[in-house]
Design a protein around this ligand. Structure first.
Ligand code: ADP
Length: 774
């Protein structure tokens, strides 16, 4: 136990935030005037002073209540004046002191204290056990905290006295101020050791948790650092290889482009997201490749790029005129359309549909319209498109996904208001992969195309400023809802004369320059172009003609280079040297009248054509055999014709039971080509009558017309195309239904002048003109 001493009077040094234990030497910096005075007083006397902590370190002028009751009596060893009036003191704690009274003197606080010194020896077993336990715990703590050098540990452990040991350990550990004060206040060394032991245990626990947290943080840090290190290495490798795409140069380039172009907010947001995703992926992963393609698509699309329109009708007329021969009506319609568009700026104009056989200039007209308007021109072919994805693209989850043809066209146009030609819109089909025509409807509908969403691009694209032009060979095949939105402009077949003029004025020059020839190097002499048209092509348009002229140009170029010639003349005679044998020398119509053969006329998607029809009568049982890929309507038309013949057998001079022991075989040559429609009715009847009566049919006549059971002749479509086809085949007499007479005026004058039209209203008239009189 402690020995109680008499009261002593000593100056007080109040401490802020620290506790000084007995046997401990510490440096203190002292600034307060009263404290300095107290130190000076101590120095004058026996160097003794009382150190006691303030309960609240923030208080400047503590009173008796602010000072802890138990402090330490210490000896001042050294005093050092610091600049600025403060002092540094070296004090050594001696033993505990209980403050009985504090009085404020002039300059400092004076205390009356009772000294408490630990009893020198307490050798009880309890004390021994506690001491060992504390030492052990302290050793553990030192190991874990690593805050105290091992030498200190050795010197501490050597101390045998429990109380003393406790004070030393407490002074070395940085525990809470309150804990330290409590340890100081415990005068009984056993109690003090117990308390210290408890504190050590808690500290150990805290250290354990700290270590765990530390370990976790460290392992995370290590992982991040490792990745960073590897990435940096990869970047260095890329740089070493001169690989520009590697590392962040690519990302930087994307970000740079983002700031350069004008992109809508939705696109920027999407780009930002994707670029961030890309950053996180290894450069060579396949997913990064997919994202890169996507980012590039978003960057390259003309989200807000438009070209300025020039809607000068006169200039437009000049351009159309300069690029195309003839087509008077078509050009007029186009100019009217442009004028309306100019006047009603913003009003939704219908979409132009250029309809006509191949090679009549639909594509080149569309491109001239673009030129006239000062817009970019792009085209996408829809022929054979069955899959909605071809219009709208594939979703990005699909391997190898890309945008559809519309977005692809827009990309090529590099502006969001091009003239966009959708070729062969009548050739789209639909099947289980979705209906492309409904996707097209969305593309063309001004209500919907403001926000056209391609499956791949995802961000909606505004197509409302695109000038749509579609082409079709046969408007009947365009899905109805699409057709309703279109202004249809029909382009008819060309006559021989028109073809000649187009060739002379346009195609020759075009092909000369396409093959690198000067005008002076190749000359088509009189009659050659006509011969190419007549003998080397058979078409409604001029595509094949252009190809043949191109072939002549290529041969010429070769000859000029190989044979070192200045100039080549093409004549009717040497033409076969350039183009080979004539392809369509003979007309397919018979030259002389024949029994059972009659020339009809057909109207197909590629224009008009003649349709020779053959009939043979065989021994049989009254069957009607039809070959040559006839459609149902045509087959019915043949049966109707046969019934008509049976009903008229008397007038025709036939045995009324002629069919009973015979088969009639009707064949339409070029059997691989499907044929249909009712307009071959009168042709089939004529051929059958001829075969049955063995009267010949005139070979210089072609005919078209539907027949009824009672022998009336009904009107047909496509007279102009059919007439031109007959004309091409050098047939100059045409039998046509009376009701089609008014269509004759649509036919060019030069053709009309040459042809004899015979309008008929009954089958009797047909036979009267067509059968050769004996
Ligand atoms: P389509 O699109 O109708 O199939 P194109 O526009 O491809 O036909 O025409 C084929 C070729 O014929 C093109 O080189 C075109 O310039 C030319 N062509 C067609 N019609 C005319 C014309 N009336 N005047 C001048 N060239 C023409």
């Amino acid at each position: 136990m402690q020995k109680k001493k008499n009261l002593k009077v000593l100056p007080l040094l109040p401490l802020r935030g620290i506790v000084v234990f007995p046997y401990v030497i510490v440096n203190l910096d002292v600034g307060r005037e009263k404290s300095i005075a107290a130190l000076e007083e101590a120095m004058i006397k026996d160097h003794k002073i009382i150190l006691s902590a303030q309960k609240d370190p923030a208080i400047d002028e503590p009173t008796e209540n602010d000072i802890y009751e138990i402090g330490t009596m210490a000896e001042v060893r050294q005093l050092l004046k610091l600049p600025g009036g403060s002092m540094r003191v070296l004090v050594e704690g001696m033993h505990r002191a209980k403050i009985e009274k504090i009085t404020l003197l002039d300059k400092y606080y004076e205390t009356e204290v009772i000294e408490y010194k630990d009893e020198i020896k307490d050798a009880s077993i309890n004390m021994e056990a506690l001491t060992r336990a504390v030492i052990h715990q302290f050793e553990e703590w030192v190991k874990l905290s690593k805050k105290i050098p091992p030498e200190t540990l050795v010197s501490v452990v050597m101390i045998e006295d429990g109380g003393h040991l406790c004070d030393l350990i407490a002074s070395h550990m940085n525990m809470k101020m309150e804990d330290k004060q409590e340890l100081l206040s415990l005068l009984d060394p056993v109690k003090r050791l117990e308390k210290l032991y408890a504190i050590l245990l808690r500290e150990m626990e805290i250290l354990g948790i700290e270590k765990k947290i530390g370990d976790r943080v460290r392992s995370q840090m290590e992982k991040i650092q490792k990745e960073y290190y590897l990435r940096e290495q990869l970047k260095a490798i890329h740089q070493e290889l001169g690989d520009k795409d590697g590392g962040n140069t690519e990302i930087d380039a994307y970000r740079f482009k983002m700031t350069k172009g004008k992109y809508p907010a939705a696109v920027l947001e999407c780009l930002d997201k994707e670029i961030k995703r890309l950053e996180r992926l290894p450069v060579s992963s396949s997913e990064a490749g997919v994202i890169r393609t996507y980012i590039e698509w978003l960057l390259v699309l003309p989200w807000s790029r438009v070209s300025r329109d020039k809607l000068d009708i006169e200039a437009a007329e000049k351009i159309l005129e300069k690029d195309h021969y003839g087509l008077k009506k078509v050009k007029e319609r186009i100019l009217e359309y442009l004028a309306v568009r100019k006047l009603s700026n913003g009003v939704k104009a219908p979409i132009i549909c250029l309809a006509g056989p191949p090679g009549v200039g639909k594509t080149s007209l569309a491109s001239s319209i673009a030129k006239a308007m000062g817009r970019k021109f792009v085209r996408a072919s829809l022929g054979g498109v069955r899959d909605e994805a071809e219009i709208r693209g594939h979703r990005r989850t699909y391997i190898g996904a890309l945008p559809g043809r519309i977005i692809n066209g827009i990309k090529n146009a590099e502006s969001k208001n091009p003239v966009f030609l959708l070729d062969e819109i009548d050739k789209i089909a639909s099947d289980y992969r979705g209906d492309p025509s409904s996707a097209l409807l969305e593309v063309l509908d001004p209500e919907q195309n403001k926000a056209f969403s391609d499956h791949y691009i995802e961000v909606p694209f505004d197509l409302s400023q695109v000038f749509w032009i579609v082409t079709a060979n046969n408007i009947a095949n365009i899905p109805r809802p699409l057709r309703d939105r279109m202004e249809i402009i029909a382009l008819p077949s060309y006559t021989e004369e028109e073809k000649y003029q187009i060739a002379r004025q346009y195609l020759v020059d075009k092909q000369l320059s396409a093959n690198g020839l000067k005008k002076s190097q190749l000359q088509f002499m009189a009659g050659t172009l006509q011969k190419i048209i007549a003998d080397y092509t058979r078409e409604s348009g001029v595509r094949e003609l252009e190809r043949q002229i191109g072939a002549v140009c290529r041969k010429t170029a070769k000859k000029i280079v190989e044979e070192d010639k200045d100039k080549i003349r093409i004549t009717v005679k040497n033409l076969p040297d350039f183009l080979g044998r004539t392809k369509y020398m003979h007309t397919r119509a018979e030259e002389n009248p024949q029994v059972g053969v009659c020339t009809g006329m057909a109207w197909t998607e590629v224009g008009g054509d003649i349709l020779p029809t053959e009939v043979t009568v065989l021994a049989g049982k009254g069957n009607l055999i039809l070959t040559g890929q006839l459609g149902d309507v045509m087959k019915e038309s043949a049966r109707t014709g046969l019934s008509y013949i049976r009903s008229r057998s008397d007038e025709l001079g036939l045995d009324p039971k002629f069919y009973e022991n015979r088969d009639i075989h009707i064949h339409l040559p070029e059997g691989a080509i499907p044929k249909d429609g009712p307009s071959a009715g009168i042709t089939m009847v004529t051929a059958m009558v001829s075969a049955l009566t063995e009267k010949k049919v005139r070979s210089d006549i072609a005919m078209t017309g539907e027949v009824t059971l009672r022998g009336r002749v009904l009107p047909i479509g496509g007279l102009k195309e059919k007439t031109l086809a007959a004309y091409r085949e050098k047939i100059y007499t045409i039998i046509l239904p009376k009701e089609n007479e008014r269509d004759i005026e649509d036919i060019e004058q030069d053709v009309r002048d040459k042809i004899k039209f015979i309008p008929v209203s009954t089958m009797d008239d047909v036979l009267k003109y067509a059968l050769v009189k004996e």
